[in-house]
Each structure stands twice: as structure tokens, then as C-alpha cells.
Ligand binder design. Structure first.
Ligand SMILES: [Zn+2]
Length: 450
């Protein structure tokens, strides 16, 4: 695309009317002819079917112009989402991203050029979309979503996420649910459309705060990094990945002892690559390359531009439907699987009553009575529905372990090796907080065989 002449704008001509649906005059709204009355009957039928309005182009256009939408992430998915929204007719788009443009982004993040390397993704993306689609206002913010307060998020009607980070998703999900004020739903209730991709796989979902399940409810669905059985790695390798795992898991510690390899150090990666290559030759395995070695040890899943396009398109169709009510929206989770053939599967993901964000029941941890505080911390990191990396723990009366402030961290550090039963008894609660979540989690402790 680089160096192409600027194309003609691809949007409809600028609107001459800036009225809202509610400010249309009676004349414009009132049925005037018998055919309009027929239309009204048809409308009522449609309402029963879940189609709330007929496809009236001018009303749709106005609804899209009136809808202020926030896009979180201006990367692979974000570029697609911003382009789609602008070409669909959304006029008020905001975009947040804390990243800057890297050379490796340019194959798929098509709003960026070589000259943009090092600049803010959000800012360059906003400029590019506005230069190509006249009449659209894209407002960028170069920073973290956590920098913004409730007032900022309240200005939008819809939020779309095109993120690659679990942490950011957990945060924005908890934020929109925490924001809901039942007496002021109009300003505080914000539907969230979340897209995600991983190689040939992806998903699009809609989160309606307090109504549908939320991101936290589905945390245990996250795919775990691929691991290979150690006996296969040690004795019967069949894949290039097995040889790389052998080099990194078994051969590196045998040769280098406790020294850890650095996945950003080309010398270390090269060493692993050479070892894996030698082993692959012994077993007649092909396909070990430097970049595969890097991919396996860094656990990198290649980003695929066309998977991003599919998922972004699905998210934007849902945004269009939510903004205009022309058709029923996704309910509520669509999986796209392109790595084992191609299929999609849509289902209604259920709310979890014990979800710390949208549920009202507490989680229970059934532990051995000799569990130490540090073992509980490990448990919270590994448990699929908590996945907390840096939790702080306290009871109603005392701090068990605190990550911050520093003084409190120092004071509670000796507790890590103590038994949990010194702090809580059967059936008591621990309040768990973590920077990953703007809310706290109540954990009921029970003892195995108690
Ligand atoms: Zn939830």
C-alpha cells in the first residue's frame, strides 16, 4: 500500500442533517400514507422477531453518527476495527493504546508505515483514518486504560476491545461492571464487545454488564501454553518443537547449571537452536529453525492478519447492530477455529455466581491443612479461574501478606513461610487484592478432610 496515490473517499457524502432520532419532527416520524401503516404492522412483527427497526437508511446513518464509540487497542485487531467502524459510518471514534509502532507490526497493522516506527499507535492510526475517511473524528489517547477515570468511560455508548493482553481485558471488564449505577443506567451501563485472536483461532463476544457473563467469568477458558510430555522430549521426539524443548528444558540446565537463558539474548537462542538442530538430525526430524526456536522458548503464537480481519469484522458488525438495533446481536460468544479445518461455534456463555467481578457468591479454596502462605499465593496464580500473579492477602483483622506499600511488604514477608492456619480457621474468609483487578476477591478457606 505504501506509496499508493490517495484514493477517493469511500464513505457516503457528508450528512447535511445533524438531528438525533428523538429530534426528528412529527412530520418526519408520522405515518402519512397507507403503505406506512402496513410498514408499522411489519414493524410490530419484526419487534417480536427481535428486529427492532426497519432498515431505514437515514435513521441508521443518524444513529451511527450519534454513537460515540471507544476502541481499546490500535494493534492488529485495532487497525481493522478502526478502519471498519469509519467505513461503516461511525463518526465519533476514540482510541486508546499505550504502545508505539515497531517494524514487526507493519505486515498486518496497515495504518502504519515505516516512517511511523517509534510513534504512538493510537495517534498515527487516528491521523491515518481521518485522512482517508472524510467526516470521521478519531480522538487518540496514547497511554494506559488505567489512566482514565469513570467520567471518561461514561461518555461512550459502546466499547470495543482489540487487545492481546489478559490484564488489560480483566481491568476494563471489571471497570465497566463496577461503573453500573442502577439509577442511572443511561450514563453508566456500557456494552463491551471483545475480540481476540491467537494464530488461526479467535473469538468475538458481547458483554452486557450485569446481564451476560463477563470476561472474568470465562477466565478458565483461556488456552494454556502448549506443553509436551517430558518423556517424549527426553526419549521419543517426533516434532521440531520436541527438539527445541529438549534443548531448553533438559540440555541447557545440564550444561549451564542454574544459569537461566535469556530469551532476548541472540547468543542464548542460537545456542539452543544449535543443540536442537543436532538432536533433530539424530532423529531425522526437519523444521528446526532459529525463528521457531525463538518462538517456542518465548511462547510466541504468530499473529495472522486474516484471522484479525475475520474477528474484527465480526466485532464491528455487532457494534453496528448494537448502535442501530437493526438486527439481534450476538448472544454472546462466538468462537472461530481455523487451525483444525474451519468451524465457528456460538453459544451463550453463562454467568458464574462466584465470579469476583459480576457474581455475588464467594470463591472457595479447599486446601491441605499444612498449606503455607506462599503455597496459597502459588495456588492463586495457577488456579484457572483466579490467575493472580501478585496477590495481597488479608483477613478482616490482619494483613497476611501485602505486595505494597514497601514497609508493609517488609513487615509481612516473614509470613510467607508460615502456615495459613495461623491466620484463618475453617470457613473463614481471606480478602485477596491484585493490581490485575480493580475489585477484591473474597476467598473462603476450607481444609481438606476437615
Ligand atoms: Zn463475571
Amino acid at each position: 500500500m505504501e506509496g499508493n496515490k490517495r484514493q477517493e473517499p469511500m464513505t457516503m457524502p457528508e450528512s447535511k442533517r445533524q438531528k438525533t432520532l428523538t429530534s426528528l419532527s412529527d412530520e418526519e416520524m408520522a405515518p402519512a400514507t397507507p403503505s406506512d401503516v402496513d410498514m408499522q404492522d411489519a414493524n410490530e412483527n419484526n419487534v417480536e422477531k427481535g428486529i427492532i427497526d426497519t432498515l431505514d437508511a437515514s435513521k441508521i446513518k443518524i444513529a451511527l453518527e450519534e454513537c460515540k464509540i471507544l476502541v481499546i487497542g490500535a494493534g492488529g485487531l485495532g487497525c481493522e476495527i478502526l478502519k471498519n467502524l469509519a467505513l461503516t459510518g461511525f463518526k465519533q471514534i476514540h482510541v486508546i493504546d499505550m504502545d508505539t509502532i515497531d517494524l514487526s507490526n507493519l505486515n498486518r497493522q496497515f495504518l502504519f508505515r515505516k516512517k511511523d516506527i517509534g510513534k504512538s499507535k493510537a495517534m498515527v492510526a487516528a491521523e491515518f483514518v481521518m485522512s482517508r475517511v472524510p467526516g470521521v473524528q478519531v480522538t487518540p489517547y496514547f497511554g494506559k486504560i488505567q489512566d482514565k477515570d469513570d467520567e471518561y468511560y461514561k461518555q461512550f455508548q459502546l466499547i470495543i476491545c482489540g487487545l492481546d493482553s489478559v490484564e488489560a481485558r480483566r481491568w476494563i471488564n471489571a471497570k465497566i461492571i463496577e461503573m453500573v449505577d442502577e439509577d442511572d443506567m443511561e450514563h453508566t451501563w456500557k456494552p463491551l464487545i471483545d475480540g481476540g485472536t491467537e494464530g488461526f483461532k479467535g473469538q468475538a463476544r458481547i458483554i452486557l454488564p450485569t446481564i451476560t457473563s463477563c470476561y472474568e467469568c470465562s477466565l478458565d477458558m483461556l488456552s494454556k501454553p502448549t506443553t509436551f510430555p517430558i518423556c517424549t522430549i527426553a526419549n521419543t521426539p517426533r516434532l521440531p518443537e520436541h527438539c527445541i524443548e529438549w534443548a531448553s528444558v533438559l540440555e541447557w540446565p545440564r550444561v549451564w547449571g542454574s544459569k537461566k537463558y535469556d530469551t532476548d539474548n541472540p547468543e542464548d537462542i542460537n545456542w539452543l537452536y544449535q543443540q536442537a538442530l543436532t538432536r533433530a538430525k539424530q532423529f531425522n526430524i526437519t523444521g528446526v529453525t532459529y525463528s521457531l526456536t525463538q518462538g517456542v522458548v518465548k511462547n510466541i503464537i504468530p499473529a495472522i492478519a486474516s484471522t484479525n480481519a475475520i474477528i474484527a469484522a465480526s466485532c464491528c458488525n455487532e457494534a453496528y447492530k448494537l448502535a442501530t438495533c437493526v438486527a439481534p446481536h450476538l448472544n454472546n460468544y462466538m468462537m472461530y477455529t481455523g487451525d483444525a479445518g474451519v468451524y465457528t461455534y456460538t453459544f451463550e456463555h453463562q454467568k458464574k455466581p462466584e465470579c469476583p467481578v459480576c457474581g455475588n457468591e464467594s470463591k472457595t479454596a479447599e486446601l491441605d491443612k499444612d498449606t503455607t502462605v506462599s503455597q496459597l499465593i502459588e495456588y492463586l496464580a495457577e488456579r484457572s479461574d483466579t490467575q493472580l500473579k501478585k496477590p495481597s492477602l488479608r483477613t478482616a483483622t490482619k494483613s497476611i501478606y501485602m505486595q505494597a506499600p514497601k514497609a508493609l511488604n517488609q513487615a509481612t514477608l516473614p509470613n510467607l513461610d508460615k502456615l495459613l492456619s495461623e491466620f484463618v480457621s475453617e470457613g473463614e474468609y481471606i480478602t485477596v487484592t491484585d493490581a490485575a483487578l480493580p475489585v477484591s476477591l473474597q476467598l473462603k478457606i476450607t481444609w481438606k478432610n476437615a
